[in-house]
Design a protein around this ligand. Structure first.
Ligand SMILES: C[S@@+](CC[C@H](N)C(=O)[O-])C[C@H]1O[C@@H](n2cnc3c(N)ncnc32)[C@H](O)[C@@H]1O
Length: 304
């Protein structure tokens, strides 16, 4: 019997059926990492799967999540499963053969999830629902963080706009960091810790954003502003730099002389002078000194 308290309410649940809900589908193959069918069902629900949806599990293992989708929607769903492990794919196919109602809706391929885009067309998936490798029983000696990030990046192309990516992860905090890096691509809808017998993984739900509006807005502002600012080609490329690697400011300002200020230009409204100039107070030289390690704003500042 389970008790759940929710504000002023207490919900008491008890199992009325004899067999465990997680075993309601007939499996020919299961392995140590097989997710429980009831957990798979919850993930499909939060993925907003509808009849007729196209769903992918890029780390499908024995195929539990996709089989649950096919069972729930009575075969009115297209399910695509990928896994690098040939044994898992053979097992997933055997599972399908045991369940007639799933034969026409589930297809499994022995492929690497990082190459998702090579197998799945752009904007073709309604949802990706998966139990990523945790590196505990599978995936040892591989850079899982890199795999998660690559799969999230490539999945963005395959998902339809508004399509959801639901994943069961062991390290929720790590996944949040990765998602923050990709914040222009996905909107984090929710993250919830799940209690299992001996662990506490998280279900993470994100939604594909069609456009990175903040990135587009910033780019637009920079291009617009370019016509009012007398900016050097070096500084132009510095301002438009998109990598997060440290900028070598010695190169940015090397063509300028110490103390030289940039040409001042008034903007169209005439409500202020906009200029980039070298800071004479800080004693820095606009990047001509080789040992300058300060941030760009120490060297180049914008007058108010
Ligand atoms: C946690 S298990 C998934 C279990 C699955 N949900 C089930 O019910 O059987 C993770 C799976 O990811 C697979 N895997 C690991 N790295 C992969 C990669 N780069 N591409 C595709 N599959 C991968 C493993 O072989 C393993 O089957």
């Amino acid at each position: 019997m389970n008790f759940y308290s929710c504000r002023s309410h207490v919900i008491i649940g008890t199992q009325q059926h004899l067999t465990d809900l997680s075993r309601r589908i007939d499996y020919a193959f299961r392995n140590r990492v097989t997710i429980k069918a009831n957990m798979a069902h919850v993930m499909l629900r939060v993925a907003n799967i509808q009849p007729g949806s196209v769903v992918c599990d890029p780390f499908c293992g024995s195929g539990t999540i996709l089989m649950e989708a096919a069972d729930w929607l009575k075969g009115n769903v297209t399910c695509i499963g990928l896994d690098v492990n040939r044994k898992a794919i053979v097992g997933a196919r055997e599972n399908i053969l045991k369940n007639d109602n799933m034969k026409n809706s589930c297809t499994f391929y022995c492929k690497d999830a990082r190459a998702l885009k090579a197998h799945i067309g752009d904007n073709s998936l309604d949802a990706i629902v998966t139990n990523v490798p945790w590196g505990v029983q599978t995936g040892k000696n591989v850079d899982l963080q890199a795999i998660y990030e690559i799969v999230l990046r490539t999945a963005w192309y395959c998902l339809k706009p508004g399509g959801r990516f639901v994943m069961l992860v062991l390290r929720g905090l790590q996944m949040m960091r990765i998602l923050r890096k990709l914040s222009g691509r996905y909107k984090l809808l929710g993250i919830r810790v799940v209690r299992t017998t001996n662990n506490m993984p998280c279900v993470v739900v994100v939604e594909k954003l069609e456009r990175d509006v903040v990135h587009e807005s910033l780019k637009g502002q920079l291009y617009e502003m370019t016509q009012y600012v007398n900016i050097s080609p070096e500084m132009y490329s510095a301002v438009h730099l998109e990598t997060t690697q440290d900028l070598d400011i010695t190169k940015v300002g090397e063509k300028r002389k110490i103390g030289e200020t940039d040409k001042i230009k008034e903007d169209d409204q005439g409500n202020g002078i906009k200029k980039f100039r070298k800071s004479s107070k800080s004693g820095t030289s606009g990047g001509t000194s080789g040992n300058v390690k300060k941030s760009r704003s120490d060297v180049w500042d914008q007058d108010k």
